[in-house]
Ligand binder design. Structure first.
Ligand code: M6R
Length: 360
């Protein structure tokens, strides 16, 4: 049941310290500076020279996160919408690994793309929450995210666990594919280990409810981020529109001036996500929106230069840039939740949507 919570979504947001700790249990060894994914020993991905991620919706945002992290680690990779795959799949060869990311393991679009990739000779791997699901059974390999059952239609704890497991898996792939461990493994492992505790604290000090209260009658809501903050901007907007029924969009920070800025007014709050990757540029982009009257909500650590500039601050802990976007996402989940609650929406079962989309 929902226990002390009014909605499953809020319960599942609050479960993230536990679900992440569960995902990581026995899979990292920070003392020895190594990844301990038992089904993926060193050498598993020897010979892989490119990776294609396929997924839909929130899982696509996790996939994009994983793909950008893999590119940063020096491995060619792309994230593709599974429903676009049959018309726009990049070429596949023997050295291509295709990774399906699907919480349920039953999404028809993702299964179709997975089958197509396998038929073309790709090696396949599924990252999922559901043991025994179709995608888990059909892929060559499987990585379970161990988030526990997610009841709310809006994916929350499964997103964070998917993104974290993809970050870890990406490090193993990069290590095998390039023959050397990625440079940032040493800082990543302790950061992963401390992530559940930092999210636990964030859930206590979050001021997301007050921010939702102040802005929940706006005309539209924009989310901007760069690098690993970009998929988080997309996810922030998807969650917001899905449960509030309000217009929300996510953009790469630098794209704002290439069109979307025309939409920006004093009635359109802009949530700017700072991950430590070229933050000064994102701050400049946010200021361009502020100049047009938009309230800017900076999602960043205390003491960050954006705090001084922005109208509002949603605090996140200091952490590794590989993970900062994911803790920022927890603040955005809470903003969406509280905005939807104030607007009296049926949060756990938004209109027109299903938890698992088993039709094409
Ligand atoms: O089960 P899957 O991860 O394959 O589902 C994919 C999407 O339908 C899903 O992530 C959807 O976008 C979420 N309900 C959004 O919160």
């Amino acid at each position: 049941g929902k226990g002390e919570y009014d909605h499953f979504m809020l319960k599942e947001i609050n479960e993230q310290p536990t679900s992440l700790a569960q995902a990581l249990e026995g899979r990292i060894d920070p003392l020895n500076g190594r990844i301990a994914l038992s089904d993926f020993e060193p050498g598993t991905f020897d010979g892989v020279d490119s990776v294609q991620f396929i997924a839909c919706g929130t899982s696509y945002h996790a996939a994009l996160y994983g793909s950008l992290a893999l590119n940063q680690a020096g491995v060619h990779s792309t994230a593709l919408l599974a429903n676009e795959y049959s018309v726009s799949a990049p070429p596949i060869d023997d050295d291509t690994l295709v990774i399906a990311v699907t919480q349920s393991g039953e999404t028809a679009d993702t299964l179709n793309a997975l089958r197509r990739a396998a038929a073309e000779g790709a090696r396949t791997l599924t990252v999922t929450n559901v043991v025994g699901s179709t995608a888990a059974r059909e892929a060559d390999d499987t990585l379970f995210i161990r988030a526990g059952p997610e009841i709310g239609v809006a994916a929350t704890k499964t997103f964070s666990s998917q993104a974290v497991m993809l970050t870890l898996l990406g490090q193993r792939i990069a290590d095998d594919s390039r023959g050397e461990p990625p440079a940032d493994l040493e800082s990543l492992l302790p950061a992963l280990e401390s992530m559940p505790g930092k999210i636990d604290d964030l859930l206590e000090y979050s001021t997301a409810e007050a921010i939702a209260d102040r802005y929940s009658r706006s005309e539209a809501y924009f989310f901007i981020g760069r690098g690993l903050g970009f998929p988080v901007a997309l996810e922030g907007a998807l969650k917001f529109k899905e449960i509030t029924y309000e217009h929300a969009e996510g953009f790469a920070s630098g794209e704002l001036k290439h069109g979307p800025l025309a939409l920006v007014t004093p009635e359109t709050p802009v949530f700017a996500i700072f991950t430590g990757q070229e933050d000064e540029k994102t701050l400049k982009n946010a200021e361009e929106a502020q100049t047009r009257g938009a309230p800017v909500v900076a999602v960043c650590p205390d003491g960050h230069p954006a705090v001084e500039v922005a109208d509002e601050h949603l605090r996140i802990p200091d952490t590794d840039p590989d993970l900062a976007g994911l803790v920022a996402n927890v603040q955005l989940q809470l903003v969406s939740y509280h905005a939807a609650d104030l607007l009296d929406r049926p949060i756990d079962k938004p209109r027109n949507l299903a938890k698992s989309v088993t039709v094409e």
